[in-house]
Ligand binder design. Structure first.
Ligand code: ADP
Length: 208
């Protein structure tokens, strides 16, 4: 079986961290070799850039921010993602390029064609086999991140920023339904889990 590259994405508070555990258990229960990683991050260079990118004290312009995201991604691909896939190991990444389109493109206003250009340069046509896109309405996202944690540089943005972020995610999912599993994260954890497991099974060609 060709190893798969699966990404998990969505606006803050959609339930990514919570549902990573669901994905982990699914791989374990099917006895499939898998590597979990995250963006920005996944390598020493990437994690250092993550510190800069998420730190509320950082003052970075929108192009610098976008380039740092792709710098982290390039290292991540070269050192972690592509070698694992070459070794027959499935890879699950908590966020990937969809997040750059959504946050730097939708949120910050970087032209989407500029992001596409960087995507082509860095990834050369490589991309996820499946993207699990967790979606929640803005009020739910805001309520969840407001209650539970100290906010990072992105989470401190205002509601209209997240409205634009969410819109880009949804547009991308609608444009490529074969690659995305759009999961309504505004339901019980049980229902969300069932959808994620269903999407994974489908992607692996298992009877569902
Ligand atoms: P993300 O990683 O996407 O930002 P988290 O998984 O950290 O989101 O979830 C944010 C908060 O919302 C956490 O407190 C989590 O327990 C809660 N949460 C996540 N999914 C659900 C759900 N389906 N129903 C109720 N609360 C949820």
């Amino acid at each position: 079986m060709k190893p798969k590259f699966i990404t998990l994405d969505g606006i803050d508070g959609a339930g990514k961290s919570t549902n990573l555990a669901v994905i982990r258990r699914w791989f374990e229960s099917h006895d499939l070799p898998v590597l979990f990683t995250r963006e920005p991050g996944g390598t020493p260079v990437g994690e250092a850039l993550r510190e800069i990118l998420l730190n509320p004290e950082t003052k970075a312009g929108l192009r610098a921010e976008t380039l740092m995201m792709f710098a982290a991604r390039q290292q991540h691909l070269e050192d972690v993602i592509l070698p694992a896939l070459a070794d027959g190991i499935h890879v699950v990444s908590d966020r990937f390029t969809d997040a750059t389109f959504a946050y730097q493109g939708g949120g910050r206003g970087v032209p989407l064609q500029d992001i596409e250009m960087l995507e082509n340069w860095v990834q050369g046509g490589f991309g996820p086999d499946l993207t699990l896109l967790l979606d929640v309405p803005l009020e739910v996202s805001m309520a969840r991140i407001g209650q539970t944690r100290e906010k990072d540089r992105f989470e401190q943005e205002q509601a209209d920023f997240f409205t634009r972020v969410r819109a880009v995610y949804l547009e991308r999912a609608a444009a490529h339904p074969e690659r995305y599993a759009l999961i309504d994260g505004n339901r019980s954890l049980e229902e969300v889990r069932a959808d994620i497991e269903h999407a994974l099974a489908r992607s692996f060609g298992m009877d569902v």
